[in-house]
Design a binder for this molecule. Structure first.
Ligand SMILES: Nc1ncnc2c1ncn2[C@@H]1O[C@H](COP(=O)(O)OP(=O)(O)OP(=O)(O)O)[C@@H](O)[C@H]1O
Ligand SMILES: [Mg+2]
Length: 324
């Protein structure tokens, strides 16, 4: 009965008014005509016109009703297709999660076996074999990282990551990350500097997840910088901490900036053949969002980039000596 609303109702009312109007006008005409005219003919003509108008009204009503049914049917079909798409998306996410999880164990076992061969546990190996084993291990490591990233992103998207909040010294975490990347930055002959607000900065957050974010940001900064330096700057205010990882590397073009935090986006082919999965930044953003924080980037193409995240400090009292 949607038809009885809006345009449909207007059409119906107009039609009815017109029909009645014509009927009344013709009746009056029949009464007023001089006797020498045949009133019955006028009546018959009037009835004919009214009949024709009623028929037209009914047919346009039926047509509109058909269109409405069609629209309703198509809407229902679209809704069903949308539901199906959502279901398929869920199935795909679960599939990725299960496969990634199942791949973890065999990869770990293979890695262990190859490491033992490399160490000569299974017998002496030649230099040539050493080289082959090193390549295999490198690729296995890439595969492991890819599987871990896929597992992480599918968990983030499924809302299955629960943060393990603890109180920790953020400055100490930043120093640990710096130490883990120093060999890499020295190898590339670029600086890895820290700008810190003091010796300690206590926050309540998920330490492992923030380590993962920092690791990816610093790793990216070193990966995409060939000269100059990478700098990690930490700042705080009453409510939050802000951490920026800046580099003097290749930068990101304006055209690529909007896609930066999307999955599987890689804009740079590295000359050393180093490859990632393109999931790192999407994972970082997911993890910072979970902390009720914000992660964003600024870049000047050809000059360098800056990735900044801010998160609430949480409960910010310095823990007692016993806890420390
Ligand atoms: N500091 C940076 N300077 C220039 N480009 C960057 C920087 N950080 C990220 N990018 C660009 O954004 C892309 C996505 O980064 P992301 O960390 O998500 O993936 P990745 O580093 O390629 O792979 P991985 O999944 O191993 O982290 C990179 O491939 C690179 O093109
Ligand atoms: Mg990365």
């Amino acid at each position: 009965m949607e038809l009885l609303r809006g345009k449909g109702r207007l059409q119906l009312v107009l039609g009815a008014v017109l029909t009645c109007g014509v009927g009344i006008a013709l009746s009056m005409a029949a009464l007023m005509v001089p006797e020498r005219f045949d009133a019955w003919r006028i009546y018959a003509f009037g009835v004919g016109v009214i009949f024709f108008m009623l028929a037209y009204l009914i047919s346009s009503f039926r047509h509109a009703s058909k269109i409405e049914t069609l629209v309703l049917e198509r809407t229902a079909e679209l809704q069903a297709a949308n539901l199906r798409l959502l279901e398929l998306g869920k199935i795909k996410d679960e599939f990725v999660a299960v496969v990634s999880h199942e791949l973890r164990t065999p990869i770990a076992v293979m890695r262990e076996g190859i490491c033992q061969m490399q160490e000569g546990v299974c017998g002496p190996i030649t230099l040539e074999q050493q080289a082959t084993i090193a390549i295999t291990l490198r690729n296995l490591e890439r595969l492991r990282e890819l599987v871990e990233d896929m597992l992480d992103i599918s968990k983030i998207e499924a809302g299955k990551i629960v943060l393990q909040h603890e109180k920790f010294d953020f400055i100490q975490l930043v120093r640990e990350i710096q130490n883990s990347f120093l060999p890499r930055s020295r190898e590339k002959e670029i600086g890895l500097e820290l700008h810190l607000p003091g010796p300690h900065l206590w926050v309540r957050a998920d330490r492992a997840k923030l380590a993962q974010v920092l690791t990816n940001l610093v790793s990216n900064a070193i990966k995409f910088t060939d000269q100059g330096e990478v700098r990690v700057t930490v700042e705080e205010d009453a409510q939050q901490i802000r951490c920026a990882v800046s580099d003097s590397g290749i930068g990101i073009s304006d055209e690529n900036m909007p896609k930066l935090f999307q999955k599987f986006q890689q804009f740079t082919r590295l000359s050393n053949g180093e490859k990632g999965s393109g999931l790192g930044l999407a994972i970082c953003r997911g993890l910072i969002d979970l902390h009720q924080g914000r992660l964003w980037a600024e870049s000047s193409y050809g000059k360098g980039s800056r990735f900044i995240f801010s998160i609430p400090k949480g409960e910010n009292r310095e823990p007692s000596a016993a806890i420390r």
